[in-house]
Design a protein around this ligand. Structure first.
Ligand code: HEM
Length: 401
């Protein structure tokens, strides 16, 4: 068997390859991409707990691409430690919680534009615009900037392996726009992330403009396409598990646990890489100093050593220690916001179209070295009668609780 990150993200059955890697080749060398691949839960956990050896500073995607600006996700300690402390100011639980009503309103706005029945592309009209609108809200940029965000995000995430100049051009377009926004926020600060991070922290430290540009760029790349992929994967999985689709529509209280299982089962970020700063000896093989190592979160998330019956989709699974948001010093900063988007997005969608069915003959997966998600998701809406009939007792129960 062979492994290639880009092929696996778009394959319908990557898990056979991942199982082979885990069982037969726990340290696999992919010559075509010059990558060593780790796939076992314990090995990946050990790697991310040792950032001195497994460094992010040389880029975290198989192509080795790194943005021009210094940015948190490709920093190593001690610079990463200082940056993360700084940025955490903008990611407090209270700030994240305060976005919840906006996420709900954005989801409702998008669904209000859907036809009463018939077919609609859920990617174009829900899974793609929702995270972009939420990101614009978090940063505090205006709604009319959303198309620019999308164009730049797409150019960056889905062009891995393509000409790095294309990526840089998209990055520059975004940055020159953001510079204008910084200028405005300096003059008239608002209650948003950009205004907050332009102002010095309590210890007097402030981000430079280049650092803030790098952060915005990372947030856009790390926070929109990932959530889009997660929402699309959720629709796909629930279509394949209609009993769960119906149950979650009837019992929305189960959606948060289902979100964790969706992230484990079809991880939106399948893998990210590190570069080793010394020779690493593992499972009888040596990974030489300077080699790029790909950490396959998606394979770890189906490792039978970590999850009983790992190929069973079980939204009631507990515990569910998946690695879909990474682990350790680079653990996803937006995890709680992403969970909110997924919970609210699914609640709203299952309320609007509880009987939806995917047109599986017409789906398209997005090509990427890292992300697994859909770029076309045609769904038939159904008339909702199934839920209206069967959900009455559940709704009544909740009202009287
Ligand atoms: C379902 C959606 C998401 C998934 C699956 C996801 C996944 C990940 C993963 C796997 C990492 C670890 C990177 C590494 O170890 O190299 C990460 C880091 C990060 N994520 Fe997310 N992410 C999601 C949503 C978001 C959102 C919504 C935001 C922002 C609002 C965000 C911001 C970040 C940032 C800034 C980092 C870097 C943290 C650091 O380097 O210290 N992510 N994410």
């Amino acid at each position: 068997m062979e492994f290639d990150p880009r092929r696996e993200t778009t394959s319908d059955a990557p898990h056979a390859v991942y199982a082979w890697l885990r069982e037969e080749e726990p340290v696999h060398y992919c010559a075509a991409r010059d990558l060593y691949v780790l796939s076992r839960h314990a090995d990946i956990l050990a790697a991310v707990k040792d950032p001195e050896t497994f460094a992010s500073g040389e880029g975290i995607v198989p192509s080795g691409f790194k943005p021009d600006e210094p940015t948190i996700i490709v920093m190593d300690p001690p610079a990463h430690t200082a940056m993360r402390r700084h940025v955490m100011r903008a990611f407090t639980p209270r700030r994240m919680e305060s976005l919840t009503p906006r996420v709900r309103a954005i989801a409702a706005e998008l669904l209000a534009g859907w036809p009463a029945d018939g077919e609609i592309d859920a990617f174009e009209h829900f899974t793609d615009p929702l995270p972009i609108a939420v990101m614009a809200e978090l940063l505090g940029v205006d709604a009319q900037d959303r198309p620019l965000f999308k164009r730049c995000g797409d150019a960056i995430v889905y062009s891995s392996g393509a000409d790095p100049e294309t990526i840089r051009a998209a990055q520059r377009e975004l940055e020159s726009h953001l510079e204008g926004v910084f200028e405005e926020r300096r003059r008239a600060p608002r209650q948003d992330l950009i205004s907050l991070l332009l102002s010095p922290a309590d210890d007097g430290a402030a981000l430079s403009e280049r650092e803030l540009l790098g952060l915005c760029f990372t947030l856009l790349v790390a926070g929109t396409e990932t959530t889009t992929s997660a929402l699309g994967n959720a629709l796909w999985l629930l279509d394949r598990h209609p009993d769960w689709k119906r149950r979650l529509a009837e019992e929305p209280a189960l959606i948060p646990a289902a979100v964790e299982e969706i992230l484990r089962f079809e991880s939106p970020v399948q893998g990210l890489s590190r570069v080793v700063r010394r020779d690493v000896h593992l499972h009888g093989r040596t990974i030489p100093k300077g080699a790029r190592v790909h950490l396959l979160w998606a394979a770890a998330n189906r490792d039978p050593r970590a999850f009983p019956d790992p190929d069973r989709f079980d939204p009631l699974r507990s515990p569910n220690n998946h690695l879909a948001f990474g682990f350790g010093i680079h653990f996803c900063l937006g995890a709680s916001l992403a969970r909110t988007e997924l919970r609210i997005g699914l609640e709203a969608l299952l309320n609007r179209a509880p009987d939806y069915r995917l047109d599986t003959t017409n789906l398209a997966r997005l090509p990427s070295d890292t992300n697994r998600g859909f770029g076309r998701l045609p769904i038939r809406l159904g008339d909702g009668s199934a839920r209206r009939e069967s959900s009455r007792p559940a709704l009544q129960q909740r009202r009287s609780a």
